[in-house]
Design a protein around this ligand. Structure first.
Ligand SMILES: [Zn+2]
Length: 263
């Protein structure tokens, strides 16, 4: 067994444990509850869940997805988020190795998961995450090698500016704030972590996937032209792809453009 295998396993376990805490944050933060106390309880019978029934992923499988006392069916979202965080952390280790970049990337990934899930359910992107996120992205720049401090400052400003401009234009045209200012602050945070190139990739992927999802839901009759899509979900997906594949995407795009222009 190689050292790489053990470190991958280590990141997976860390991700599973953090994912379990992210579940708590996703549930409690929009409800203005403390994420530290009290201990997790069953939503139906209110019994405190003992630590041995709160092991990420394993407890869910062991208990067959039900509360041990009352048989309440635990939503599959809980183990899914734990698994996604675990897999994401292994991806971080594969991409950035044993480095300070990995620590920052893992933190950023966790924030994107939380923002996406809260936006999907409540249509809000809490300031408690996005505003400190902007500052943190800039402060952590000396430990990041995928972008520079200057590019991050430009990224934060451009991220906020672009979406604020879109929101303002929409308001000027329609007389309503169609886009939440949460999206503006979230893209600024993405810029602070990933730099301005990351903002371009994120915004491109989020717009394309958001439009496709919107069109599909309209065709399926699940969505009306007036209803809102949680754009933060698409920003989060775009940002995670930009984190892992941003440079590759930009390089292949530049190469393609050069080839087309070069005839
Ligand atoms: Zn119960």
């Amino acid at each position: 067994m190689s050292i790489q295998f053990f470190l991958s396993l280590y990141f997976a376990v860390l991700g599973l444990i953090l994912g379990s805490y992210l579940n708590v944050v996703i549930y409690r933060l929009p409800r203005r509850l403390s994420t530290i106390t009290p201990r997790s309880r069953c939503p139906r019978c209110r019994v405190a869940i003992p630590p041995w029934d709160n092991i990420p992923l394993l407890s869910y499988l062991w208990l067959g997805g039900k509360c041990r006392r009352c048989g309440f069916r635990i939503p599959w979202r809980y183990p899914a988020i734990e698994a996604a965080t675990g897999i994401g952390f292994v991806g971080v280790y594969q991409a950035f190795g044993w480095s300070s970049d990995s620590v920052v990337a893992a933190l950023f990934l966790a924030a994107m998961i939380v923002l996406a899930l809260i936006d999907a359910e409540h249509y809000i992107l809490p300031d408690v995450i996005t505003l400190p996120g902007i500052v943190l992205g800039l402060v952590l720049q000396p430990w990041i090698h995928w972008t520079t401090f200057q590019a991050a400052v430009i990224g934060a400003a451009a991220g906020a500016g672009v979406l604020y401009g879109v929101a303002w234009l929409w308001y000027w045209w329609k007389g309503i704030w169609g886009m939440g200012l949460g999206d503006v602050k979230m893209l600024a945070m993405v810029g602070a972590f990933l730099g301005w190139k990351g903002v371009i990739v994120t915004l491109f992927l989020a717009s394309v996937s958001g439009s496709l999802a919107g069109a599909m839901l309209i065709v399926l009759g699940r969505l009306h032209l007036q209803s809102k899509l949680p754009f933060g979900v698409f920003l989060a997906m775009g940002a995670v792809l930009a984190l892992f594949f941003g440079q590759t995407l930009i390089d292949s795009y530049v190469q393609m453009t050069v080839q087309i222009l070069g005839g």
